[in-house]
Design a protein around this ligand. Structure first.
Ligand SMILES: [Zn+2]
Length: 89
């Protein structure tokens, strides 16, 4: 699903913080664009999480199409509002 404007801003800030001038591991280009949020499957509820609070955010190499996936739960600023789910591992 598409990222909201706010999620895009949070994600792109985070990416810039974590991997400034990161070259693609396949083609060495440094042209990334933000893709979509891939919902993760909640095995307990047997459904996909479509709230946007969990999932894998795509970062796509515009040159070769290599896709990096990031677990949004690692992004502190993501979904500042608390969820009922515990994130403690
Ligand atoms: Zn590439």
């Amino acid at each position: 699903m598409k990222l909201s404007a706010e999620q895009q801003a949070v994600f792109s800030d985070w990416v810039r913080q974590k991997m400034e001038h990161h070259a693609c591991s396949l083609c060495q280009a440094n042209q990334w664009k933000i893709g979509e949020l891939m919902p993760t499957h909640d095995a307990a509820a047997d459904e996909f999480d479509v709230t946007g609070e969990h999932g894998l955010a795509q970062l796509i190499c515009q040159n070769c199409g290599n896709v990096l996936l990031f677990d949004v739960r690692c992004i502190k600023e993501w979904g500042q509002h608390d969820t009922t789910h515990s994130t403690v591992m």
